[in-house]
Design a protein around this ligand. Structure first.
Ligand code: SF4
Length: 236
């Protein structure tokens, strides 16, 4: 499963040269997870990441190769949660390395879908995540109480790693947060849409839909991503 490697490499290239912080995963430092969704009311919020007309993005990529993801870690570009005072631009990149699910394309596809759904089951206390997978948007309402209690991207990100690591195929998880001004969110959005397009194309292919590239809405993705077309031909 190398279909997402181009997105991962280009995204990491875009961020290279920017100062950042990083932390190796430590399960004991995970922020409390509520195991169910929490409603943070507007009156209780400190700010929204991706709220108030700001950019809010989610990129999820899966690979079996070790290079882009060789350890469990959090990276932060920009401001941490204690420094943010108002609605802010934001992106979360989740890059996952998985064990090879086998020779079967369908097994690989199922693994990707299964891992995709994890993002809907992460509930850090005071960090209310809303995801719209149609347009790759992610918005997070952070409560004043959580900020006061010391929530950070490191602690909330560790919670994501913990949830992803519960999937048997997942070997390593790299979560990258980007927050605040100074980053090219438009370029990141393009990468997010390509990653989502790959997942959509996989669904299309595995559902056995027609192999008719000239009239297929996913043609731009298959033109760009090496291996997509071969996958569909193999399925047929
Ligand atoms: S290979 Fe062709 S038909 Fe299949 S998803 Fe890609 S563009 Fe569509």
């Amino acid at each position: 499963m190398e279909l997402f490697n181009g997105v991962m490499e280009e995204t990491l290239e875009m961020l290279s040269g920017f100062p950042h912080k990083k932390w190796d995963y430590d399960e004991s430092l995970c922020w409390e997870d509520l195991n169910e969704s929490e409603l943070v009311l507007a009156k209780d919020q400190a700010f929204e990441l991706g709220g108030g007309g700001k950019q809010g993005l989610n990129v999820t990529c899966v690979t079996t190769s070790p290079l882009p993801v060789d350890r469990d870690e959090i990276l932060l570009y920009g401001q941490d949660l204690d420094a943010i005072k108002e609605d802010s631009d934001y992106a979360r990149l989740s890059f996952l390395r998985i064990a090879s699910p086998g020779e079967e394309d369908e097994a690989a596809y199922k693994a990707v879908r299964d891992i995709e759904f994890v993002k809907y089951h992460v509930f850090p206390r005071g960090f209310m995540i809303r995801i719209n997978s149609e347009d790759c948007r992610e918005q997070v309402r952070v409560s004043r109480r959580a900020v006061k209690a010391g929530i950070s991207f490191k602690a909330a990100g560790f919670d994501f790693i913990k949830k992803y690591r519960q999937k048997p195929l997942v070997k390593n998880v790299k979560i990258t947060f980007i927050a605040g001004p100074g980053f090219d969110y438009r370029a990141l959005e393009k990468q997010a849409k390509t990653a989502a397009g790959i997942t959509n194309a996989l669904t299309h292919i595995m559902e056995g839909l027609d192999l008719s590239c000239s009239s297929c809405a996913l043609k731009p993705v298959c033109d760009e991503v090496e291996g997509m077309r071969e996958l569909h031909f193999r399925q047929k």
